[in-house]
Design a protein around this ligand. Structure first.
Ligand code: PGA
Length: 235
C-alpha cells in the first residue's frame, strides 16, 4: 500500500480558539471510530499547516492528545535570523514543525514571489532539515523546480501540483490529467507528488487511487474538522 500525504492548508483562517476547537473536534471523530489514538492511519501522513500564530497551541494539544498529526507552515523566510521585519525563519519554524509549504500560487500572485525567491526558500528548508512542500501550477514552474532540485542535496521533498483554475473554484482537475502531470514530474524528480485544487471528501479517492499521485493538498475543505476527517478516511 503506498504512503499517502494528506495535507491541510488553512491559509489565512482561524483564530487560536478556533484552531483549538478544530483539533478537539478532529480528535473526537477519530476516537469515535474506535481508534485508541489518532495513530490509526498507518499509511497516511496527516499534516496540518495553520497560520504561524496557531503553531504553539496546536503543538501542545497534539502532544496532550497523543495525536500523530504533524504540523507544517505555509511559508518560510528566504533569510536566516536577522533584520527582516515580518519574516519567520527556518530555525524558528523547526521548533514547531517538520514541513513548510513553499511557493503556493497565492504567494506568487499576491506577494509577487518569483522562482528566484522560492529557490532561496527551498535552500532554507534544506538548511534547517524541513521537508519543503513545493507548489507548482504550470510547466515553467515545474522546469524551474527540476533545475533547482538537481543542484541541491535535499533528503526529502514533496511536490504539490495545483492548477490555477482548480484552486478554491470547486472545479478540480480531472484525475487523469493530474495523474499525467504528476507522472511527468516524477520522471525527472523521483519524489512524492500531491494533487491540490478543490479536493473534498467526495472526490479525494479519485485522485489518490491514481498511480502517480501520493496524496492531496487541501485548502477550503480542511477548515471543517469533520470534512477533513472524511477526506482522510476516503483517501
Ligand atoms: P482548495 O485550495 O482546496 O481550497 O482549492 C487548495 C490550495 O490552495 O492548496
Amino acid at each position: 500500500m503506498k504512503k499517502l500525504f494528506i495535507i491541510a492548508n488553512w491559509k489565512s483562517n482561524k483564530t487560536e480558539v478556533e484552531a483549538k476547537n478544530w483539533l478537539q473536534q478532529f480528535t473526537i471523530y477519530n476516537l469515535s471510530r474506535g481508534a485508541r489514538s489518532t495513530g490509526q492511519f498507518t499509511n497516511k501522513e496527516i499534516v496540518v499547516c495553520p497560520p504561524f500564530t496557531q503553531l504553539s497551541i496546536l503543538k501542545s494539544l497534539i502532544i496532550n492528545h497523543k495525536s500523530n498529526i504533524k504540523l507544517g507552515t505555509q511559508d518560510i523566510s528566504p533569510f536566516d535570523a536577522g533584520s527582516y521585519t515580518g519574516e519567520v525563519n527556518g530555525e524558528q519554524i523547526k521548533e514547531f514543525t517538520d514541513y513548510a509549504i513553499i511557493g503556493h500560487s497565492e504567494r506568487r500572485k499576491y506577494f509577487r514571489e518569483t522562482d528566484e525567491l522560492i529557490n532561496k526558500k527551498i535552500e532554507m528548508a534544506e538548511k534547517y532539515g524541513l521537508t519543503p512542500i513545493i507548489c507548482v501550477s504550470d510547466q515553467s514552474q515545474i522546469s524551474n523546480l527540476k533545475s533547482q532540485i538537481h543542484s541541491l542535496n535535499l533528503k526529502t521533498l514533496i511536490v504539490a501540483y495545483e492548477p490555477l483554475f482548480a484552486i478554491g473554484s470547486g472545479n478540480p482537475d480531472t484525475p487523469n490529467s493530474a495523474n499525467e502531470v504528476a507522472g511527468e514530474i516524477k520522471k525527472e524528480i523521483n519524489v512524492p507528488v500531491l494533487y491540490g485544487g478543490s479536493v473534498n471528501s467526495q472526490n479525494v479517492n479519485s485522485f489518490t487511487q491514481m498511480e502517480n499521485i501520493d496524496g492531496v493538498l487541501v485548502g477550503k475543505s480542511s477548515l471543517d474538522p469533520e470534512e477533513f476527517f472524511k477526506i482522510i478516511e476516503n483517501a
